[in-house]
Design a protein around this ligand. Structure first.
Ligand code: HEC
Length: 113
């Protein structure tokens, strides 16, 4: 009997960890996106300038690639310089880790288009 309860407790503890884990990453996506909302809008579809793109609901792989290309300069349209200036510090160091970018791209992809 005790053994049986023990297993149940361990299992619920594991489920709790999984649940907390996913909440934490959702929260940090929201936090990370604060850097982006000034230009792309809090909801990802009310950009600061008419020429800035709506990004809400765009697929994750594309979002991630565009962010990386803009940061490295592989994508360098007239407008992308504005975004690069915020994402990369003046000495060329990216302000976001690969892990941050993955969380961000996931957050953007899950916004209602
Ligand atoms: C200073 C304003 C600014 C900030 C801050 C900014 N962006 Fe951008 N973003 C732009 C502009 C302008 C473009 C369009 C660039 C171009 O003309 O190629 C763009 C393009 C994009 C694109 C490509 C959209 C497409 O349809 O190809 C994605 C994705 C994106 N931004 C995501 C982000 C994310 C995520 C953040 C936060 C980490 C962010 N941006 C922060 C201005 C900004």
């Amino acid at each position: 009997m005790i053994k049986k309860y023990g297993k149940t407790i361990i299992l619920s503890a594991m489920l709790a960890v999984v649940a907390v884990g996913s909440v934490a990453s959702a929260a940090s996506g929201k936090r990370l996106y604060m850097t982006c909302s000034a230009c792309h809008g809090k909801d990802g579809k009310t950009p600061l300038m008419p020429a800035y793109p709506k990004i809400a609901g765009q697929n994750k792989a594309y979002v991630l690639q565009q962010i990386k290309d803009i940061m490295t300069g592989a994508r360098a349209n007239g407008q992308s310089v504005a975004m690069k200036g915020v994402l990369v510090s003046p000495d060329g160091k990216p302000r976001f880790s690969d892990e941050d970018l993955d969380v961000l791209a996931d957050y953007v992809a899950k916004m209602a288009p």
